[in-house]
Design a protein around this ligand. Structure first.
Ligand SMILES: Nc1ncnc2c1ncn2[C@@H]1O[C@H](COP(=O)(O)OP(=O)(O)OP(=O)(O)O)[C@@H](O)[C@H]1O
Length: 362
């Protein structure tokens, strides 16, 4: 029904008065991709989305949509549509008039725009509610009206600002599946802002992790999770132990890291200079109880906390100069022995489960 467009963000910055919210970011979002801009509050993801939409001016750099440079075009001429966090529905209009609104602004004749609005409401399974007003709908239905309203202009890219944040947890998961299904069936590019790593992992083909106005990593969800590029990404995605120290040796793709109190860890990677600060990541769910196998790594830790989670048990330990080291153990593996807080326990992981993390230039 619509065509998808690649979005090319080339060295784009956003400055508000004295403060820079987005620092010369570059990113290519391939046509037909479900892209999530992910990061904590204030990292610049909404500013980036609004610059793509044309609701915010671009301080420097360029944005291309398909073959067109849209940097200076008004929102309605970009081929994008935006769905707002609050849905921004008109309370006094029924669903047909809400959905048809942008066509009315474009001067489309009444019968044609009503027909198109009804088609969109049918796509969203809201046809039966066509004459209702937004207040007479549930949260999930209101969200579908907002989607219908954004999609009626046949955009090449749909931009969504925290689209699920107003929904309760149950509805959030259901609407998440609907968004994904809609994007797959329309085949257009979706750019979705969220601060939830779980939401981004569930939806995205491409996750763009932002921090302090910069892109820390842009990659497929599995790559971001299994090979976080930086300490920020590893911490933000969770499920990694991030350990910081100084490189004391490097060679053959293995770095030795010294932490406080002289503890040493090895990780896959290289560093150019011995003595420089290094961060490494170890997957919490790859840590086992027991001495390392051939080629494996580990240390002895003192258990500081045990948290039962059903199918897994979260063990927190201190040792080798590291505090709050986390091991997520399969419940069966954990209950094979008796472990209590204060016990000394040998921990191990595979040599390839520890990786050296990079740093983003300030
Ligand atoms: N209109 C504005 N004027 C001045 N500063 C702004 C404006 N809009 C955003 N900022 C600042 O720019 C930075 C990035 O904001 P932005 O809204 O893009 O972040 P965000 O990652 O979307 O955060 P959130 O998840 O809280 O919406 C923040 O420090 C914010 O305070």
């Amino acid at each position: 029904m619509t065509k998808a467009a690649e979005i090319d963000i080339a060295s784009v910055s956003k400055v508000y008065g004295q403060s820079t919210a987005v620092h010369a970011i570059s990113l290519k979002i391939p046509a037909g991709t479900y892209c999530c801009l992910l990061g904590p509050s204030g990292c610049g993801k909404t500013s980036t989305l609004r610059m793509i939409a044309g609701h915010e001016s671009i301080t420097s750099g360029d944005i291309r949509l398909g073959n067109a440079v849209v940097t200076d075009l008004p929102p309605a001429r970009r081929g994008t549509a935006m769905m707002f966090q609050s849905y921004a529905l008109f309370p006094h209009l029924d669903l047909v008039d809400n959905v048809a609104f942008s066509l009315k602004m474009k001067g489309v004749e009444k019968d044609e725009r009503r027909q198109k609005a009804l088609d969109m409401l049918r796509l969203m399974q809201l046809e039966a509610y066509a004459t209702r007003r937004p207040a007479q709908l549930s949260g999930g239905q209101q969200q579908r009206v907002a989607l219908a309203r954004a999609l009626i202009t046949d955009p090449e890219a749909l931009l969504l600002d925290e689209p699920l944040s107003a929904l309760d947890p149950f509805l959030k998961i259901r609407m998440r599946a609907e968004l994904k299904r809609l994007q797959t069936s329309l085949g257009i590019t979706f750019v979705h802002v969220t601060h939830s790593q779980e939401e981004a992992m569930a939806l995205a083909d491409l996750i763009v992790v932002m921090n302090d106005g910069r892109i820390e990593q842009a990659a497929a969800p599995r790559t971001v999770f299994e090979r976080p590029a930086t300490a920020f990404v590893a911490r933000f995605m969770g499920d990694h132990n991030v350990i910081s120290g100084r490189a004391v040796a490097s060679g053959n793709g293995v770095v030795t890291l010294e932490v406080a109190n002289g503890g040493q860890f090895k990780a896959m990677g290289d560093v150019a200079e011995i003595g420089r600060p290094v961060d490494i990541a170890i997957r919490t769910d790859h840590v086992r109880i027991g001495q390392p196998d051939q080629g494996g790594l580990g240390f002895n830790g003192i258990v500081s906390n045990i948290e039962y989670r059903g199918s897994t048990v979260k063990l927190t330990l201190d040792g080798a100069g590291v505090e709050d080291f986390t091991a997520i153990l399969d419940d069966a593996a954990f209950f094979q022995q008796t472990i209590r807080v204060g016990d000394a326990v040998p921990l191990s992981w595979g040599g390839t489960d520890a990786i050296v993390l990079g740093r983003v230039a300030p």
